[in-house]
Write a protein that binds this ligand. Sequence first.
Ligand code: FAD
Length: 339
Amino acid sequence: MNNVFVYCEIEDGQVADVSQELLTKGRSLANELKCNLEAIAIGHKLENVGSEIIPYGVDTLYLADDKRLSPYQTLPHTAIVVKLFQEQKPQIALMGASSIGRDLGPRVSSALHSGLTADCTSLVIGEHFDKKANKNYENLLYQIRPAFGGNIIATIINPDCRPQMATVREGVMKKSILDPKYKGKIVNLEVPKYVSDTDFVVEVVERHMEKSKLNIKGSPIVVAGGYGVGSKENFRLLHELAEVLGGEVGASRAAVDAGYVEHERQIGQTGLTVRPKLYIACGISGQIQHRAGMDQSAQIIAINTDPEAPINAIADYVITGDIAEIVPKMIKYYKKNTK
Ligand code: FAD
């Protein structure tokens, strides 16, 4: 039985969170399929990455270590992954829907004629009966994601070509170490066998990385505002509430588009995926594209003037009212009761 493969992104010698989340998912898929989980890491000075990858239940880790392979470059990374997949013939290949995965995934799938489902929100093993061919396919990867502007949740399958490829955004899957002492083997690839000089026609002369100071994904409390907040000034109330609660401010796309708040705070299908202990949705209607980024929150409080707002259907507590009245009261009573 062919294996499940995860492409692990390396940044500054560290394995990306999204890759570890995919390793966790890959392990559970491999268990269900009764096959091995394999991973590939490409970069330079990779001696220590094994300890960040194998404990997730990886049976074989392939390393392509070469000075020229760090930082990520499209051509050599594609050449290595394509050749390795041609040799190992995985049945499933997973990558992060990050800027690297979005660049690499389509090139690999195009070279292998395999197809790719981007931005999956769920990955499940299932079967499919093809009525036309009168054939039942077992152990397919259901690649599940919102489609047609989020109006439907589509289950996409790929019965004929391998690998079944999918990308998943950071934060969508949970990461969890299987066993810190998991016994997996490391295979060092002979890089020159996988790349040619023409793969290195691009030279990275300089890199400038600006890291966001925000940590919305890691915050236990998110106070998120929508179009109903009404203005940039009114968003200050949400910042104040977030501050007293020790949380971060998030936003819907409508609030971002209206210029109330910075884009890096957007939560949802085309923004961040969060699962805080508490999510306070203020003036957010709760369209599916927004819910895709927050519906795994442990507790949800919805504050909305509309008692029929769709967000209320997934909220644990609903406060029907105007944010301008409710939020100052929350700040006041929280301060009073925590003194
Ligand atoms: P609205 O839908 O306008 O809702 C405003 C809410 O505020 C209403 O429920 C209203 O009753 C309430 N309200 C008004 N005044 C007050 C008040 N004074 N006090 C309390 N409540 C009040 N959206 C995202 O959020 N994230 C995404 O990542 C995202 N990606 C998308 C991707 C695609 C491909 C598409 C097509 C859409 C995407 N959207 C996304 C947009 C999404 O469909 C919605 O348009 C958006 O989420 C609506 O934002 P909202 O709830 O803030 O605004």
